[in-house]
Design a protein around this ligand. Sequence first.
Ligand code: GAP
Length: 460
Amino acid sequence: MERKFDKVVALAKARGFVFPSSEIYGGLGSINDYGPLGVELKNNIKKAWWDFMLSHRNIVGLDSGILMHPKIWEASGHVAGFSDPLVDCKKCKSRFRADHLLESLGIKPDFSPGSKIDMKKLACPECGGELTDIRQFNLMFKTFIGPVESEANQIYLRPETAQGIYVNFLNVKESMRLKVPFGIAQIGKAFRNEITPGNFIFRMREFEQMEMQYFVEEKESMQAFKDWRELRREWYLSLGMNEKNLRFREHESDELAHYAKAAIDIEYNFGFSENESFKELEGIHHRGTWDLSRHQEYSGQKLTVKDEENKDYLPTVVETSIGADRAFLAFMLEAYTEIEGGRSTTTESNKEKEVVLKLHPKLAPIKIAILPLSKKENLSAKAESVYAELSKHYRVQYDETGSIGKRYRRQDEIGTPYCLTVDFDTLENNKVTVRDRDTMKQDLVDIAELEAYFLEKFNF
Ligand code: GAP
């Protein structure tokens, strides 16, 4: 049976959500482009996240550079430690992440000194060939700043947005006259030269993160960690996620970084395979004072703030970090619904399988479709004037080709919450029919009242 995941990938390409990058040149490993509907959906997800974060009184925004001082990545530990264990097949030259390979064989990856795991004893899953020893492979993309391509001018494309927040911590605090606790939110591109990218937009080499670093006194930090866990859960549910498809996985103590007190992965039921259903969508991390203390050490600049007794201290950080692309995939999967036998009553669509993308109206790329019943001039003129008015406020699509049943189904497939038909009665009574994507309920609405009607519908 075809997986829901494969159906969503096919729909995404066919209906202009996601295209493989550089496709006419054969594509470029795990980079994807967002098409006309994809960019709308992704922007809506980012806006929903941004509005949610900035609606907290003590959270402010930031947009820092993708290119940053190379010492930042020494301080953060990325130069020394942001690597994946890699093995190659000597025969077919396939390349694998050693930890993924072991996990797929049911072996807990353990690369600590003294570990008994010998990759050479395992066979290549592709051809059965012999595997090499494990090598560590740094995931950061390198480039050069300025005209000279020398080691002294080497810099990195950021592998996460969070470091831009840490190094601006004092700038933000002082310019905005903030007091701890406060948070800084940022949305932006990140780059990782992943060894085994894949699963469509789940793991890419160029992707987008939505990260928020919350700076808090140590004594309040565990409460903040719990609060953010709950707040993030509510965010997903408020956008239509079914709780049964979310899992909050606490990190075991041996998974935690030495400076971290707690970490949770919010996992989504992506359903890549039977034994690979829940995968990480977001991380909530208690990072202690690690990042600020490292930047203080490497920059030589004091990054402390004063407590009530006027003593200097470094705030503790609680981070929430979610990939915009993974959120996109999760919301698409969540919304994808097939109705066997169809639900329309028109003869031609009877018994056909219908696809409805039940996206939350806030996320839907197109909010309203305008469907004139015929291409007759007087109907088109009326429909176009409705389009002109509504498109001032909403993303609206005008579609006059094909039967009305087919047009409804095209809109259902891309998740449009409301379809508005203009028919010959409209010319007499100035009323249009508005059909709800999920309930199929139809309302007859006076054109003069459309603005108020949709204001109420999109009031979230
Ligand atoms: N600042 C913390 C941090 O970057 P992470 O777990 O490495 O933590 C956070 O990444 C989130 O970024 C992940 O939960 C995931 O949603 C997203 N992400 C990470 N690598 C990704 C990739 N290669 N492609 C798409 N999204 C990715």
